[in-house]
Design a protein around this ligand. Sequence first.
Ligand code: CP
Ligand code: NVA
Length: 309
Amino acid sequence: MNHFINLKDISAIDLRKILIDAKKRKSLRKNLNNLDIDSGAPLKGKLLIQMFEKSSLRTRISFYLAIKQLGGSTLTLRPDELHLSKGGESIEDTAKIISSFGNAFMLRTESDKKLEEFRKYSSIPIINGLSPNSHATQILSDVFTIEEIKKKSISNLKIAWIGDSNNVLNSLISASIKFSFKLNIGCPNLYQPNKKMLKYIKANRNKILIFNESKKAASGADVIISDKVISMNDKGNKLKKLRHFKKFRINKELMKYAKRDCIFLHCLPRGNEVDDEVFLSSQSKVWQQAINRVHVQKSILLYCFGKLR
Ligand code: CP
Ligand code: NVA
């Protein structure tokens, strides 16, 4: 059994195994419908319990489809219907009950500490469906999409992140270290990765560069990735932050600094950090990126259940 909480805690070998499995499984589903089950139904009889303390469209549906296609099923809990949310039951007792009724637990939460607590008291795999510090399932899936489109290993590509230093970027930084790819980060000085992340970058290697100018970060990039300036857990002055990011908007002009065949990715939902002329252009692969969540999460589930082929 394995948990899937933060990319930094999973070996590069296992992450690569997940991607290889996802590629094989995706290619075998060309003529299947969304609810058709993969041959062998490897997770037949298994129940994934999921709970969202914050909004979700893609993660919710992609995990639903992922476990269905493996022969299992999902139950989605509403946090406000649990005793836990009102302080009427501990994480320890909740985790023990979920562990005996279900076979894996996926949690989108306001608190990284809560994920750790669930991990401590659960006897089933815990999956992070987004937390303030990490969006691991998203980024592993994005690595898959990049390699699928570019038809080469991500280690031979230059990725540029133009945007806030948030959960998605933290996972991208971990991915850069695990898969050894060049990562340029373009963000205003005030919004650089936090001290812990800077220390992690420094301790591992220096293929990651930080620029306070979007053009420099985008220069020569194979892929430009962005995300909303304001994340769900953002508590600061939003208008001020949006003002600080004005020069970091992704538009056609900025795309010219990247390679001619550069693609644009965004985990969605979007704000106004990207112009429609880029978002809706042929360089934008955001819809392919979204649907790939299903394929990669199937292999993540198999990894969690110790069933990767
Ligand atoms: N990208 C992503 O996680 O989308 P949702 O918030 O809709 O799940
Ligand atoms: N950084 C964003 C990602 C949404 C999928 C957020 O946390 O709100």
